[in-house]
Design a binder for this molecule. Structure first.
Ligand code: S3P
Length: 181
């Protein structure tokens, strides 16, 4: 059975750009859980957080993860940064996919996300407004909090520090081919 290629990791890790590149090489569809949640909800991720709250977003996200995991056609799946926190998500993704954790340090993630526009957790911080350190500070705290979940969810880790999108995609594909058997 051919498994999905699943990318997880923090915001700014390159899941969507690297995922799209891998999908082109593998000649298979690319899906991004945030975009599917937005299509299903008819609003942006930021609007969902704002009007319905994070728990509602997580429920929508869980249902998208279950749907895409069940696809009989092998996909490349870029997951929103919080997907791997949920045990059901971890289970279905590991069962149906090769899960690759794209890792980078908070400074580099911070450079990639800039002001954090469109990413509610980086707008307000984790503890509400006034959290110190801006997006990089929040990413540092998230990295510590989430490392155990990313570790538990992933079959393999790819360190992206200092690498181009093409170079990361090559490493991901190499690992995918090994794990997919
Ligand atoms: C989130 C990451 C975002 C998006 C939402 C929450 C998170 O996706 O799902 O803002 O909890 O880390 P990206 O990782 O694609 O930015």
């Amino acid at each position: 059975m051919t498994r999905h290629l699943v990318l997880i990791g923090l915001m700014g890790a390159g899941k969507s750009t690297v995922g799209a590149r891998c999908a082109t090489v593998l000649e298979r569809p690319f899906v991004d859980t945030d975009r599917l949640v937005e299509v299903n909800a008819g609003m942006t991720v930021a609007e969902i957080f704002e009007t319905r709250g994070e728990p509602a977003f997580r429920a929508l996200e869980r249902s998208v993860v279950a749907d895409v995991s069940a696809s009989p056609e092998p996909l490349v799946i870029a997951c929103g940064g919080g997907v791997a926190l949920d045990p059901d998500n971890r289970r279905v993704l590991r069962e149906h996919g090769v899960v690759v954790w794209l890792r980078a340090d908070a400074q580099e993630l911070g450079r990639r996300v800039g002001s954090g526009a469109g990413r509610p957790l980086l707008q307000n911080g984790l503890g509400g407004e006034g959290e110190p350190g801006g997006p990089v500070g929040t990413l540092e705290r998230l990295a510590l909090l989430r490392a155990p979940a990313y570790e538990a969810a992933s079959h393999v880790v790819v360190d992206t520090g200092g690498l181009s999108v093409g170079a990361v995609a090559e490493r991901v594909l190499e690992e995918y081919r090994t794990w997919n058997g």
